[in-house]
Write a protein that binds this ligand. Structure first.
Ligand SMILES: Cc1ncc(COP(=O)(O)O)c(C=O)c1O
Length: 464
């Protein structure tokens, strides 16, 4: 019965979305090697509710025919997404999904923002890439705007320079190298090389970032890790002095751990950590790849902290390109002056196209109206979460996070809820241990949140 009610409501909204997207949906799939009938099925009317595509469906067929060619690094659910707009995605069977994942905190301005799409097309006709051997106007403009907006936001008071790369792990890889170089400058004998990171963190999959990610699930298959990495307990103020020593060249930490379970670092911990880094001459790196770029309602998640708790480096990626791959490392003068020409580089990083996109994204994400909206929408989520917690005290034990990086701590595996939500048209993801994570577009509306949380409640009911 509940399912039927949902289905008629969603049919109505899916119809609207299909019409408004019809011009995009009918764009020629000229370079696609997917079967044309699979592309065409995008135009079919949705059949709701949203059970996962059945065996024999076009989606299932496409997966069967093509997935074997994809190295299996992810366990994906059956839907095949073909288009997106705002907070919604559509699959090959033209089912509509409300997306509370935003491409894992990437599509902060929503899917296929029309200005970004236009801007990509325009820049692609002008200049895509000319290499780091030469200047281009957009790397320079993006670097400038990142520094200026960081300073204006009240975060990292001495932000000075920017290195642009292509992803989060590359940004952290660069930051780790900057810290190692800084250690070499301070101690040419070479004993200042240790990098400190924290349990529960996630910094990426390349060997340096992975070595800073003390999660056996990610590290063990690729052990041994790089030498010189030490791990501490998140928010343990007492342990800082023994952990960060004269041998430490850098400390990397997420002000809010995303993958680790939406764990918020205390102001006391970050302040003590920054103080200790200054005492021993270690570079403090805030990995704001997930929690930065206005996701918490200020440009950087550490923006509310006093200057003495600011980092020497911020790393960013994810939302910086709203889906176009780009990462960046913002450093203060102390770090920048220790890096010399030739110390680090990248072929693609800083290409004109990615930087053009990110330049626009930064201007939108620092709009005070948007930032205020993040706080308001956060409250819509948390008010509802508190009610849900009261209703399901045995299931929901804690509501965590800030802005639109929120987590619901559950007492059991959330996978059945994730599936039940998807089959009712809502995409949510997990993190940490039994945590449901909510990282929607920052443009999400009250109505979308309420309807998504209606679906979530249905999913919880259906799986209890
Ligand atoms: C905090 C944090 N750092 C680093 C990364 C790695 O970013 P990427 O996947 O772009 O390499 C992620 C990705 O989830 C992240 O959340």
């Amino acid at each position: 019965m509940a399912l039927r009610l949902l289905s008629s409501r969603r049919l109505a909204s899916a119809g609207t979305g299909i019409r408004s997207l019809s011009s995009q949906a009918s764009a020629p799939a000229s370079n696609s090697n997917r079967p044309q009938d699979a592309e065409d099925s995008v135009h079919h009317e949705a059949s709701l509710p949203n059970p996962d595509p059945a065996e024999g469906s076009r989606s299932a067929q496409l997966v069967k025919d093509h997935a074997k060619y994809m190295l299996a690094t992810y366990a994906r659910p059956p839907p095949v997404f073909t288009k997106g707009q705002g907070s919604y995605l559509w699959d090959l069977e033209n089912r509509k999904y409300l997306d509370f994942t935003a491409g894992i905190a990437v599509n902060s301005l929503g899917h296929c923002d029309p200005v970004i799409s236009k801007l990509i097309a325009g820049q692609a006709k002008r200049l895509i890439h000319s290499s780091n051997l030469y200047y281009n106007s957009w790397t320079a403009s993006l670097s400038k705007v990142l520094v200026e907006k960081t300073l204006a936001s009240g975060a990292m008071h001495d932000a000075a320079t920017v290195f642009i790369c292509n992803s989060g792990t590359e940004a952290n890889e660069a930051a780790i190298k900057f810290a190692r170089k800084s250690g070499k400058v301070l101690d040419p004998e070479g004993s200042k090389y240790e990098i400190v990171s924290f349990h529960g963190s996630f910094h990426g999959r390349t060997m340096g970032s992975l070595s800073a990610t003390p999660n056996p699930k990610y590290q063990e298959p690729f052990a041994p890790m790089l030498p010189g990495f030490r791990y501490g307990t998140f928010n343990d103020v007492e342990a800082i002095n023994d952990l960060v020593t004269d041998k430490t060249c850098g400390v990397i930490i997420e002000p809010i751990q995303g993958e680790g379970g939406v764990n918020v670092a205390t102001d006391e911990f970050l302040t003590a950590l920054a103080k200790r880094c200054r005492e021993v001459g270690a570079v403090l790196i805030y990995d704001e790849i997930q929690c930065g770029m206005s996701r918490t309602g200020s440009f950087w998640a550490h923006g509310h902290l006093p200057a003495e708790a600011h980092p020497d480096i911020i790393t960013t990626a994810k939302a910086l390109g709203n889906g176009f791959p780009i990462g960046a490392v913002i450093s203060n003068g102390k770090v920048s002056e220790r890096m010399k020409v030739g110390d680090h580089g990248t072929t693609f990083g800083g290409n004109a196209l990615a930087c053009r996109v990110a330049h626009y994204v930064v201007s939108r994400l620092t709009d005070p109206v948007l930032l205020h909206g993040v706080e308001e929408m956060s409250k819509v989520f948390t008010d509802r979460f508190e009610k849900m917690q009261a209703q399901y005290p045995d299931l929901i034990t804690e509501v965590r996070g800030k802005g639109l990086l929120l987590g619901l701590q559950l007492t059991k595996d959330p996978s059945p809820i994730v599936k039940a939500a998807r089959e009712r048209g809502l995409l949510i993801i997990t993190c940490g241990t039994n945590t449901l994570r909510f990282i929607p577009s920052l443009m999400i509306t009250t109505k979308e949140i309420e309807s998504g949380l209606d679906i979530l409640e249905e999913a919880i009911k259906a799986t209890q």
